[in-house]
Ligand binder design. Structure first.
Ligand code: MN
Length: 327
């Protein structure tokens, strides 16, 4: 069962890969810039360059005893989401990426359709365990100091239309190259009966939304990034039933394994061991549906001034659950 963590392909990549393998990470997700801000060492300007980059990246990761399994197109790509000029170039860039991923045998492309960074859609953090604080959302509090509206605002029909345009272009290519797309839920997941936050409609906020998205382009490549945190935040959601439901559809491509206390309209992102979800039971449920990973780290409360302590804590916790459950 695979534990996955994220790498930024920058000057520190070798050092960070070595650290991740030491912590017991099995597979790596690579943070992909959207092409508008070239990042050191990532050159995807044409197909040959893209093929070379991903083949080399895969080799570099495997030298550390890990597997490059996922590419994260989770920040940027604004034109695709907004349907603005430049979206076809961004789609072309992702098509090149998919083809190169296929050549290098990298099977997952994670993305989201959030028009605003979730950090903007939060209220004041709440005090957490010890000296930590928990990233929090309280709808009433948020409305007192909301994020500035996007310009122009986009309604549900428009965003769904942009998502449909994207999926129709990209899913056939993903199928051809053996890559599965994994769509991350909105954070916070907004009930359809409430107005959009910051004028940016939410289209991946419930399982009904997901079913619509799966039906837009039916394919096993059209899948879900099961962010257990965001699923827990959905109103009236039973996380274990949620795992079983998406598992029965074979839509769970990867998991963000994190914990939360509460649900919309009021929740806090807790440490992995002290939220509402019984993580042991969740892990048993993933086992029962035949899911084999990757279980990916996601945001969780920080140990002040020590990223590595935080990473080691979560990895150790997930490893222990895997060893307890998958035997
Ligand atoms: Mn997540």
């Amino acid at each position: 069962m695979l534990i996955q963590d994220k790498i930024v392909w920058d000057a520190d990549v070798e050092k960070n890969l070595a650290l991740m393998s030491t912590l017991g990470v099995d597979c790596v997700s690579l943070d992909l810039p959207d092409g508008s801000h070239p990042q050191q060492g990532i050159d995807l300007h044409d197909q040959k360059a893209a093929n070379l980059f991903f083949k080399q990246a895969k080799k570099d990761v495997s030298r550390h005893g890990m597997v490059l399994k996922t590419v994260l197109a989770t920040s940027g790509f604004e034109h695709i989401k907004r349907g603005s000029i430049g979206r076809d170039e961004q789609i072309e860039y992702l098509i090149r990426t998919l083809q190169a991923m296929g050549e290098a045998d990298i099977p997952i492309l994670a993305y989201n359709f959030k028009l605003l960074n979730s950090k903007l859609l939060r209220s004041t953090p709440t005090p957490g365990r010890g000296i930590s604080s928990y990233i929090s959302f309280d709808y009433e509090d948020y409305l007192k100091n909301p994020a500035p509206a996007i310009d122009p605002p986009l309604d549900r029909a428009q965003v769904l239309n942009h998502l449909s345009y994207f999926l129709k272009a990209i899913i056939p290519v993903a199928e051809q190259y053996g890559v599965r797309l994994a769509l991350h839920p909105d954070d916070p997941p907004m009930p359809a009966t409430l107005p959009a936050l910051a004028g940016a409609a939410h289209v991946a906020s419930s399982f009904e939304d997901y079913q619509k998205i799966f039906d837009l382009v039916p394919s096993s490549s059209n899948g879900m990034l099961f962010c257990q945190g965001c699923v827990k935040e959905m109103q009236d959601m039973n996380v274990y039933e949620g795992i079983r439901h998406m598992g029965s559809l074979n839509k769970i491509v990867m998991v963000h394994f994190r914990n939360v206390r509460g649900a919309f309209p009021r929740f806090a992102e807790t440490f992995v061991d002290n939220g509402d979800v019984d993580m042991f039971k969740a892990m048993q449920t993933y086992r029962d549906i035949g899911f084999k990973g990757p279980f990916s780290l996601d945001h969780s409360p920080m140990f002040t001034g020590s990223t590595i302590a935080n990473q080691a804590f979560v990895i150790g916790y997930i490893r222990a659950l895997i060893q307890a459950v998958y035997r």
